[in-house]
Design a protein around this ligand. Sequence first.
Ligand SMILES: C[S@@+](CC[C@H](N)C(=O)[O-])C[C@H]1O[C@@H](n2cnc3c(N)ncnc32)[C@H](O)[C@@H]1O
Length: 245
Amino acid sequence: MDTDMMIDNEFHDDYDEWLQCLNSLWCGKKVDVIKRIIKMFTSPKEIVLDPFMGDGTTVEVANTLDRKAIGFEINEKYISAVIERLEGHRDSYEIIEDSCINITKYLYEESVDLCIATPPWLNMYHRNHAGHKKQNDFTLLHKNIGKTSSYSCYLSNLAKAFSEVYEVLKPNKMCIVIVMDMRKRDRLYPLHIDLANIMADIGFIIDDLIIWDSRKEHSTLKAVSNSCVYRTNIVHEYICIFKKE
Ligand SMILES: C[S@@+](CC[C@H](N)C(=O)[O-])C[C@H]1O[C@@H](n2cnc3c(N)ncnc32)[C@H](O)[C@@H]1O
């Protein structure tokens, strides 16, 4: 291990944490994973974008680490909760209530230093006999990129979102996407593989891949076997590190 590498980064006072960063297998809580990623890939005052802000972990951690955070979110309940939680924190974050499909309407080209994204889960809606969608909330349906009629629509929604991210990311900077492969009924959707393909089409190169044992985050995993079929519980996520060259 080259200890000189540590001198200029923010892990200089925590050698064990720096060693953990260099492993391809991580474990621990989401908040610690996000903290590690931000420290690895940015310096203070730089801009961190979360296209799917959700409960605001990335925005909050970035803020605490003296980075400027920008979060896009479509669900106003999340937005109010994050604003309430961050009250009194240093004022270096911006929350945009709009779809991340519109990022380039708000941010300048090549202005972001790091993107960290945990896309929404695929939540396929079904058609009823008359061919109508079952959900009532059509507004959210059109914006929530996880709510689609098929896995391929979901992937093309992700492609739209990450094309926007590509435009606003500075060259040589990273877009980190945290995803879990999914099983729906009998089918496995290998999202990390499909994601790597759509990111390559956009122009990103895959720079690294970390497996995150996320059991500390999802403690309610159940056995998913029955007497005749063997099925594993998925207890890991992929931290996919894409670079804009
Ligand atoms: C898995 S959560 C994100 C968790 C969050 N990054 C965190 O670490 O706390 C996914 C979020 O994406 C949001 N979302 C879905 N479609 C969106 C869109 N088109 N634009 C912005 N946010 C969207 C959902 O409302 C949900 O809150």
